[in-house]
Design a protein around this ligand. Structure first.
Ligand SMILES: [Zn+2]
Length: 228
């Protein structure tokens, strides 16, 4: 091969290889996204409203709001947003009762519901509280020990920050409800009941609807569901 030909062919071959690699990567991503959309339509999502029954979770010193009730309100709002788009939801609890007489029994039943589901996503809804510093506020998303859970958490965190003006970052947390689940799993602390302004907002049904809609948007984003 003449020197001049080699000069042109080598870079051409490199560009061709890069294009091929990118298109294979693109196809793999498309396939993953198609699978997520398919299982979202087929199996819906699992929503866990934290606490309930004898365990109220955090109680706000600002306005006496009870975490377990707010968790259920947002979980149900999220269910209604998703149901409107044809996505079936499984809630670990539908009312303010616990799933068992003991906390351990309650948590085990929640985990059974989550782990027997084939849903592509699980979200657990909670409210935060940090009475030592009432200035702390903002939604925060915690993820289980998997790359896809982190990916889902990052999307949700960024959308929740944009919707609320919050600045918190998603973080890994070793939690029973997130561990060993077959699907990406996150726990969303929707805000701080110890912060005066946020405690008031979290009891407002319009703000609850904003949080629920933002979570639904994040799930659609993560699944690659472009026209829900
Ligand atoms: Zn909680």
């Amino acid at each position: 091969m003449s020197g001049i030909l080699r000069y042109f062919i080598k870079p051409f071959a490199c560009v061709l290889l890069i294009c091929l690699a990118l298109s294979i990567y693109g196809c793999a991503n498309d396939t993953a996204s198609q699978q997520r959309v398919q299982s979202l339509k087929e199996y819906g999502i699992v929503i866990d409203a934290g606490h309930g029954g004898q365990d109220p979770g955090a109680v706000s010193a600002v306005n006496s709001a009870v975490e377990s009730e707010l968790n259920l309100a947002i979980a149900k709002e999220l269910e209604s947003v998703l149901t409107e788009k044809g996505i079936v939801c499984t809630l670990t609890r539908n009312d303010n009762n616990a799933l068992a007489d003991t906390k351990e029994g309650d948590m085990n039943k929640r985990r059974d519901i989550i782990q027997s589901s084939q849903a592509p996503v699980m979200v657990s809804i909670h409210m935060n509280s940090f009475p030592d510093d009432p200035n702390v506020w903002g939604p925060q998303v915690f993820y289980s020990d998997s790359k896809s859970s982190k990916e889902l958490a990052d999307i949700l965190q960024s959308l929740l920050n944009a919707a609320t003006g919050g600045k918190r970052k998603s973080a890994y947390l070793d939690l029973f409800i997130l561990d060993n689940n077959p699907m990406p799993s996150v726990l969303i602390e929707c805000g701080f009941l110890s912060n005066e302004a946020e405690a008031q907002k979290l009891t407002d049904s319009e703000y609850q609807a904003l949080i629920a809609q933002t979570i639904a948007d994040g799930i659609f984003d993560y699944c690659g569901y472009l026209n829900p």
